[in-house]
Design a protein around this ligand. Structure first.
Ligand code: SF4
Length: 374
């Protein structure tokens, strides 16, 4: 029996947001029903094989499920996964699809953390991003969750949209702090291949925000949120004390996890695998052979170590040599000595008291620093 994190992917959305390259489609309810049956089969196959400490249902938009569909999914989680071991149970929700009845279903089935995809409280930004909800609907959804007794809520925010001013972002930060969620994630807008946003960028319909302004927005997020009682514990994540996301910590520590659903990744005993990304192929694969893996690779030890360093550097606490040695049987500097010396000389990482971490300077160019360890 392993202690692990379980991720369940719900790849359905009411509409595709303009910036989104996640595995999600707009689909009919009967397809969702068939998908949930496949999920049940995959969950059933996990029975008695794992003990999960964290469960995370993400998407897509899990809150697009009807009450009946949501109840079926959540009942199956409890049926096949020992519920007494689950410490953190998160479901992602979109303010445009959350209702009082759905919130009741979530509350009745042991869900104890909600991640609310708000992105902005300003309707101009929301329209630009192609979100289906308004700023007021986001506030209302948060209030409904609080009224239902949810005491651990994350709010996802995006900064750096074309035309967004530093003032706009400050207003958004102020609103989110006023709501006082336990956890806040702030992501810079990215232009992913194949999205409507990238198409508009390529056609010069829109222009990216000045890099300097975007960096200032990030710096303001850190300053403002830490001043207001949030610990900046990961590059993009802030939490009140004791509310760091345990599930995501498993990814950042590069420890084992199991993914269920279309396109979901698993990482167990050094083997990384992913399910078929296409929803229909996934459903057919599970129905025909109870198997829907489309990719699997055995990680070499040094590759595993390299990915572990990269992921752990996302955490402000970094990675300790002791922890690294226990997992890989050698010291960090045995594999990365040259990189560490050169990055440390440039003030981008520190390696003191056997702990490797990003400096503040390194934090602002984290992507470049990470590539040195790959
Ligand atoms: S709601 Fe989330 S998953 Fe769905 S389209 Fe928008 S960004 Fe993508």
């Amino acid at each position: 029996m392993l202690h692990n994190a379980l991720y369940i992917h719900i790849p359905f959305c009411a509409r595709k947001c303009r910036y989104c390259d996640f595995n999600s489609i707009v689909s009919e309810s009967k397809v969702i029903d068939r998908y949930l049956c496949a999920i049940e089969k995959e969950l059933c196959a996990l029975k008695d094989r794992y003990v999960f400490n964290t469960v995370y249902i993400g998407g897509g938009t899990p809150s697009i499920l009807t009450e009946v569909q949501m109840e079926k999914l959540l009942q199956n989680v409890i049926r096949y996964i020992p519920p007494s071991e689950i410490q953190e149970y998160t479901v992602e929700a979109n303010p445009g699809t959350l209702t009082v009845d759905k919130i009741r279903v979530l509350k009745d089935h042991m869900v104890n953390r909600i991640s609310l995809g708000v992105q902005s409280f300003q309707d101009r930004q929301l329209n630009f991003l192609g979100r289906i909800h308004s700023g007021n609907e986001a506030r209302d959804a948060f209030a409904l969750l609080r009224n239902a007794g949810f005491e651990n809520i994350n709010i996802d925010m995006i900064f750096g949209s074309p035309g967004q001013s530093h003032d706009d972002w400050e207003k958004d930060l102020k609103t989110v702090v006023e709501l006082s969620p336990e956890h806040i994630s702030t992501y810079a807008l990215t232009y992913e291949e194949g999205t409507l946003l990238t198409r508009d960028l390529e056609n010069k319909v829109i222009h990216t925000l000045d890099e300097y302004v975007e960096l200032e927005m990030y710096k303001t997020s850190i300053r403002y949120l830490t001043c207001n009682g949030y610990n900046h514990y990961e590059i993009s994540n802030f939490a009140k004390e004791g509310y760091e996301c345990a599930h995501n910590r498993v990814y950042w520590k590069n420890i084992g996890y199991v993914g269920v659903g279309a396109g979901a990744y698993s990482f167990v005993d050094g083997v990384r695998a992913s399910n078929e990304k296409d929803v229909f192929k996934y459903i057919d694969g599970i129905n025909e052979s109870k198997y829907a893996k489309s990719f699997s690779e055995n990680l070499e030890l040094n590759q595993y170590a390299s990915e572990t360093v990269v992921m752990s550097l996302r955490l402000r606490q970094g990675i300790s040599n002791n922890e690294f040695y226990e997992r890989f049987g050698y010291k960090i500097e045995d594999q990365f000595g040259n990189q560490i010396s050169s990055l440390a000389k440039n003030g981008l990482v520190s390696y003191e008291n056997e702990i490797l971490k990003l400096t503040e300077k390194g934090l602002f160019v984290a992507d470049t620093v990470m590539t040195e360890f790959i």
